[in-house]
Write a protein that binds this ligand. Sequence first.
Ligand code: C5P
Length: 234
Amino acid sequence: GSVQDLAGRTVVVSAGGTREPIDPVRFIGNRSSGRQGVALAQAALARGATVTLVAANLAQDVTDQVEAGPGRAACTVVRVESTAELREAVRTAGADADVVVMAAAVADFRPAATPDAKIKKVPGQGPAPIELVENPDILAEIAHERLRPGQVVVGFAAETGDASGSVLDHGRTKARRKGADLIAVNAVGSGRGFGTDANDVTVLDGAGDVVGQAAGSKREVADALWDAVVKRLP
Ligand code: C5P
């Protein structure tokens, strides 16, 4: 067994990706499988924590893994679809949590209106534009409010390097802007990140300084992140 360094601690982990409804049958979604979030929940359970997994549209094999998984007694799974539902579930469970980890890929924007009826294709008419509005940034909100004193708040940042800066530069800017205690920055693309079992992350603190590094399976990355969290728990 692992070190029980999260024994007596309550943690919330969001996993997967949100779906923003366009109408009753369509949505705007993303390719997050939920693997990293589920690995975080499993690692926390192994280290003795009581876990709430807020699961947004996990890939089928990841759902199967959650349902078959060990330590289920100590794990509550709350299923959500949209960002609004995810926000509600994370805030409710987060109210008495020692740690909140936002591993879910949350949509930045959602359709402004959600009609009750399916949007129809009208012959001879072009597509109607979909107006988008900004979603609340759940991580930034929780980091700035602190639902509970001493709570450790952790986020993820999937970045690509570009002309305006490297993966780490973008991660640093995000760490400062979000106000979280820790941000796990990962380079996405070229077989890493989304949908794979391997991940490669650099852990930054709120000031953007490097406090950890992990490459390997999502479970190994999860354990490295919990190591950094444990050091920050009061
Ligand atoms: O800004 P960006 O989406 O890259 O930030 C990623 C981090 O912020 C992740 O931890 C994600 O769960 C969180 N996030 C959030 N609410 C949003 C967008 C992102 O909590 N609306």
